[in-house]
Design a protein around this ligand. Sequence first.
Ligand SMILES: [Zn+2]
Length: 314
Amino acid sequence: MTLSNCDEILELVPAFVLGALDADEAARVAAHITNCPRCRAKAESFRDVVGLLPYASGALTPPPRVKRQLFARIAAAHDDAPAETAPASRPMAMPRSTRPGRWVLPAFAAMLALIIGLGTATFEARGRADQLAAQLAFNQQTLRSMELQIAEVRQTATAVEAQLLASVRELDETRLQLAKSQQEIQALRTSERQDEQLVSFIAAPQTVSRPLGTTERAPDDASARMFMQPGHNRLVLMIYGLKSAEPGKLYRLWLAKGNQPIAIGVVTVGPDGVAEFVVDAPEPMDAYDQVMITLDEVDTAAQPSEEVIFEANL
Ligand SMILES: [Zn+2]
């Protein structure tokens, strides 16, 4: 084997390794590298490189422009290929340097298939990544919308809480008012019961009525009348046209037995000048000789003052 033969074989080795030679040439290369260690070493190292191609091409991501150009070149090569083989008249003494065209095309096609396959895988991976990104974006949007909803619900809850607090306060106020109203109703009922008792006492057939005489100290239109029943302790006094006692003074009712005056109670005059006074005397009313109402100093209760307003003998 000559040096020139080795050069020729080495030229064919890449196509041989890629399986792109026709049967005759492949047989010739195989026969040569069996006997030539140098060319065999070349072929083996090239085979190693080709074996690594799928891994080395992992990062290959052909831009669409490159892909288009590759397809265009393939199409152009297909158009040229028959034209190159068809003219039989072409001299066979064609320089070796042009012959690679015969194997470069299939080798290039194989490489291209590899690249396109890897590219497709890359594009598929990209598509999957895009899908995941879209899913992520959708999830993030959903999350944001849920967060907004939660914030809204929180706001509503706060507002409801405030309303509830206000309602509780109103309820407390209403309860207080109700309690007050119930007390007022109770007071009115008590007063009504007393009025009823007063009316039924005054209207009773055995009740005796007697006007009290006024003194010069009584107002001009003042009048007083007493009601009592023989054998009973109760005394009812109805007074009209009397002014409220000035500060430090009060109206006091006295009953006298012989010359002994007994303080019975304080008569309170309302702003309308009316006083209703009901009292149970220590003894039945028959026991007393005299009744009078005096305007006394607040702190003197042992003896009636000289200021007698009403009086009557019984
Ligand atoms: Zn060789």
